[in-house]
Design a protein around this ligand. Structure first.
Ligand SMILES: Nc1ncnc2c1ncn2[C@@H]1O[C@H](COP(=O)(O)OP(=O)(O)OP(=O)(O)O)[C@@H](O)[C@H]1O
Length: 258
């Protein structure tokens, strides 16, 4: 089911942060949201997740308004990984990841075989099996980020919305995670991620949405959105477009627009 926003406007405090945002995100594809600091990326992702109310316009999953889906069902449909996730309790990693199954369980029910399989798959997908018995306060920042992604994946959502999931990862785990996100999209999951790196976006994303000051500058296939003019408009940068070994066109920033 498509996740769409139509003529969306969102304010934080008294400030209008998103205006006239219209876009339809497709399941089975990776969509990257990019834009300068403060352009509204996190606000858009939170609104897609149903965590912020719109001043105008709407967010829909298929034909249903996100705001009208009850929270437990919404949590089964949409997994959201915030930019700076906080771990409130010092649980063992395995138990922390198991919290991702809560929207699937009836109250007071124990863990089922489905729960165990989903938790195992989430630990494998994020390369966190070896951490499963550690306390959450005994992790590095990057390890904690992978564990918190595992918690979201354990919920087997139809949509994964992740705000800068690569930010604290080393290069190997960045590449591993991008491959993993592509593999999840290949199973039909809709994946929306906030990224800063143009090259990673060109490598990992099918579609790209560029934001500038809360408005959409470009939205479409990565090769079209990550082209010279949209990147000038969104970031004020000049890029050199370089093909990689698989023929994908990578935008390498080379300077600021004069
Ligand atoms: N609570 C708030 N009240 C008013 N304005 C806010 C609030 N929180 C954030 N903003 C402003 O809203 C705008 C969008 O913020 P948002 O976090 O969505 O940007 P972003 O594109 O994700 O930025 P970054 O790349 O720095 O993470 C920014 O200008 C920010 O200063």
């Amino acid at each position: 089911m498509e996740l769409s926003v139509s003529d969306l406007a969102v304010s934080l405090g008294n400030r209008r942060v998103l205006s006239h945002v219209t876009a339809a995100f497709q399941p089975g594809r990776v969509t990257a949201i990019l834009g300068a600091n403060g352009s509204g990326k996190s606000t858009l992702v939170k609104t897609l997740a149903g965590l912020l109310d719109a001043d105008a316009g709407h967010v829909k999953l298929g034909t249903r308004h996100i705001a009208r889906i009850e929270p437990r069902e919404r949590a089964r449909l949409i997994g959201y990984l915030p930019q700076d996730p906080i771990v409130h309790w010092n649980l063992a990693v395995r138990d922390l990841v198991a919290l991702g199954r809560l929207p699937h369980r009836s109250p007071f029910a124990g863990a089922s075989q489905d729960d165990a399989m989903a938790i195992g798959a989430a630990l494998a997908a994020t390369d966190t099996h070896a951490l499963a018995d550690r306390g959450a306060d005994q992790l590095s920042g990057g390890e904690r980020a992978r564990v918190l992604l595992a918690r979201v994946l354990a919920g087997e959502p139809q949509w994964l919305l992740a705000d800068e999931p690569l930010a604290s990862l080393d290069p190997v785990h960045q590449l591993g995670l991008l491959d993993q996100l592509r593999a999840l999209a290949a199973t039909g999951m809709g994946v929306v991620i906030v990224l800063h790196d143009l090259i990673q976006a060109a490598r990992a994303a099918d579609d790209v949405l560029l934001l500038k000051a809360g408005e959409v500058v470009a939205f479409g296939p990565a090769s079209q959105a990550l082209a010279h003019q949209p990147l000038r408009d969104a970031f004020g940068v000049e890029v050199m477009i370089v093909p990689d070994e698989q023929g994908r066109l990578l935008p390498v920033p080379i300077g600021r627009t004069r």
